[in-house]
Write a protein that binds this ligand. Sequence first.
Ligand code: SF4
Length: 544
Amino acid sequence: MRIKIAEKAGFCMGVRRAVNLVLRAVNQGLSPIYTYGPLIHNPQTLELLLKLGVQVIKNPEEGQVGGVCVIRAHGIPPQEKKVLEEKFKLLDGTCPRVLKVQALADRAVKEGKSVIIIGDKDHAEVKGILGYCQGKGYVVSSLRDLEALPQGTPFVVLSQTTQDEEVFELLAEEIKSRFQDVEIINTICNATEVRQAGVRKLCETCEAIVVVGGKFSANTKRLAQIAESQGKKVYFVERPEELPLEEIKKVGSLGITAGASTPNWLINSVVDLLKRHTSKTYALLRSLAISQAYAGLFIPILLLALLLIKGIPFSFSEITFLLFSLFFSTALIFLVNFINRDAFPFFYPERTYFYLSRYFWLYLAGLFVLSIIFGLLYKPRILSLVIIFTLLSFLFKQSPLQGGIDILFYIALLLYLYPLWDNQLLLLSSYAILILLFVKFYLEMVYLQTDGFLPRSFLLAFFDFDERRIKKLLKIILIGLLILPFGLSYFSLANLLFLTPTLSCLLLYQTLLKRKLGQVVYLELLSLIPYASFLLVSIILRIW
Ligand code: SF4
């Protein structure tokens, strides 16, 4: 089956901004946190927010004095805002585009004009805009509503941001023909338009369409209606389990889209379920990615590459050292993930199943046993690292330091290469640390795109999960990766070889900028490329 995902699907800018505002408040440990009305029309996200302790209040009388109250993207009337401000610490999640409509309404009234809002009078956004009209606002949703408009007053016509373009055009034209002094400002947000155009485009090439999102979300329902009007079979689901898999498997090409209130992790889950039941290659790659066992290869690959570059012959000692690093770094990843397993449902539900499976303990115990065996065979004192890093995994719980524990483990292992230390090895080790750091941030950024709640144990928490700051940091690391090899004492061609891992990191950076939906498994496995190229360079240098 061919699966195609709409270019723009899921959270719009305003919804993402409001959700991030709440998540940041949770991360900062603020409490209690309320949202004034349900934050978005997506039951799964609301369920998770409730688990994080975020409660919904419907009027200012509810909630504790001094608590944090978040205004959702739709905005509220200024009168209500004032009341809330007196009781709560207010975080304004009103979408900047809605703020603009509110400001236009406010200005029109101050200029002595009346405001016509083309929209749904029961919609929270419309109620909020009406609040700025000081009694001079009228809501119009059909031609019949035009009869109630007063004559002889200048009008400014605005639209609800999620209004249907055709309905707006029709009503605006009619208003213009009936009244003399009319200024029409189309304030429909293009996020709605773009998503609707996206589903129409999908319908051109797909036999059936899956629409993911809340059943009560107006913009999501509209996407389903558009696909139906194009004669497509539509599967409108809130969660992946609702998909009739046997029926869908018969479809040759399937389009996937989602409303502006659907988080990316939910879209990813739907794509994951479909791909895993329709593609054997995907199912295989997924089984490698889901446990994150692939990350256990990072450190041994770097150590192997260093030994190759230094021309060390592979005796029993080196082999046991590398096997110890392989088994214990994998064990460490499993352990840290297990400690944080409660966080997975919030951004990567598929991973939860592995860490809750009954086989998990078997894998973990096996990895510890193998680490101990190869540690003993190498140097028994290296087993102190097993004890220290196991303890640190628990000690750093809820701290961003836990995210960097494998980097610390790598540094500790470097100490065991002490007899080989020279300027060249130190430089290469630093280069390898930068690769580790870069890939670490890369992977965390992949998860950041899921619109979920990432735990404090991520390195990103050091940067308050601020994507712009992290991208700047990644660029700095890339510059470091570019400069460091030129400090090596090799002749220039060898130095140039080191551009390969640097370029693979650059490739990862480029994929981060695009990060298409439903690609988490591939994006994760791509993280192996810088390590593979570092190993390749070391093999070439060894042969040289
Ligand atoms: S649809 Fe547009 S106006 Fe409405 S919240 Fe999203 S970005 Fe803002």
